[in-house]
Ligand binder design. Structure first.
Ligand code: GLY
Length: 370
């Protein structure tokens, strides 16, 4: 059932291994990268409690020792204080230039550990072992690393590609249903942005996948990673096509900011709602048929996911305030809002040519149902 996706980036190329029970094979898979049989693992307390013993055993099976630092779980960890703690710990553990750091956790740990590896001794290699669905299909692949600033998310960071990604799909079994479905928002995004057949496949197989069907999980993660790998290989540093991966994200970032990056809205939930809004906006602009946003929303609903603004608990600001929050996104270019719109399911494109009034009217109508 194991699959391998190759991320083709010349001398920075690497494999993403996907399948069940990969933690047990971590040692044999990582050992070829090592000059000495020892790795430093950055993780969070939740993941450590659930899976660190399995990782330790998997490494030890190939004679690889590990030392680990568990940081607090949650987005607040992507900050200077925890970053400083991680880097100083890696230095205290005498991690050398030729050693390998392991990021073992969800997107927060992957981003922070990757950034720590990028700057430690001017750059050491790192391996991603993503434990959330969101990290397996998105953040562990492609080399975006970093932490948040008081001014916004992910504003401090570096491109630093991992040397290997091990996506153990068995580990997804310990996610809460909410976290799993939030990650599924990013899976749906791939179908919507570039593969209508994959979206159809998700319409048919999404419920089984969410219910624990391992073959379906492996297939969904593999297709998602393959799509991301293809886009990243074309545009590693987001000069063009890579922005397609931000389908739904302009709306999502405004909603995350409006809800204070809190538990009211998880990132993947915001992406799902954002995708539905991006398709609604595309339909209003005459780019795609009105059936497309309805179909997107129907699938999200069938999966029991947040789909509309009304699904976000608590009050939201008005449409004007939401558009102002969009304008603070770091992906704004020359003051122009950039949107990913679609000519149909699987046919997304990047544009800065979106009238503010059209965005406002989509949001006003969406807020009216709250
Ligand atoms: N998560 C979007 C990207 O990696 O470009």
């Amino acid at each position: 059932m194991h699959q391998t996706v190759f991320v083709d980036l010349a001398e920075r190329s690497y494999d993403v291994e996907i399948g069940p029970d990969l933690l047990a094979q971590a040692g044999v898979r990582i050992k070829p990268l090592l000059h000495r049989p020892r790795v430093a693992v950055l993780t969070d307390e939740t993941v450590a409690g659930l899976h660190l013993d399995a990782l330790r055993a998997g490494l030890a099976a190939a004679g690889v020792e590990m030392t680990a630092l568990a940081l607090p779980p949650g987005e607040a960890t992507k900050s200077w204080p925890q970053f400083e703690r991680a880097v100083e710990w890696l230095l205290a553990e005498k991690v050398e230039r030729r050693d390998v750091v392991v990021a073992f956790g969800g997107g927060v740990i992957g981003d922070l550990a990757g950034f720590a590896a990028a700057v430690l001794r001017r750059g050491v290699r790192f391996v991603q072992i993503p434990t959330s669905l969101l990290a397996q299909v998105d953040s562990s692949v492609g080399g975006k690393t970093g932490i948040n600033a008081p001014q916004g998310k992910n504003l401090i960071g570096a491109f630093h590609q991992p040397s290997l990604v091990l996506a153990d799909t068995s580990v997804l079994g310990t996610l809460t249903a909410r976290d799993f479905l939030a990650g599924y928002g990013e899976v749906v995004k791939y179908g919507l942005l570039g593969d209508a057949e994959f979206f159809e496949w998700l319409e048919r197989n999404g419920p089984a996948l969410a219910g624990g069907d391992m073959a379906a999980r492996v297939q969904a993660v593999t297709r998602s990673v393959q799509m991301k790998a293809d886009i990243v290989a074309r545009d590693e540093t987001e000069q063009g096509d890579r922005a397609l991966l931000n389908l739904g994200h302009t709306f999502c970032h405004a909603l995350e900011a409006a809800t204070g990056y809190s538990d009211r809205l998880l990132h993947g939930e915001g992406v799902a709602i954002g995708c539905a809004l991006a398709f609604e906006l595309s339909a209003r602009l005459g780019l795609c048929s009105q059936e497309d946003p309805s179909r997107v929303r129907a699938h999200l609903r069938a999966m029991g996911m947040k789909t509309d603004l009304a699904d976000i608990p608590g009050d939201l600001p008005g449409a004007e305030a939401l558009v102002d929050l969009m304008a603070q996104d770091k992906k704004v270019v020359d003051g122009q809002l950039r949107f990913i719109l679609a000519r149909g399911i699987g046919q997304a494109f990047v544009t800065s040519d979106v009238p503010r009034d059209a965005v406002l009217s989509v949001l006003e109508d969406a807020l009216a149902t709250c």
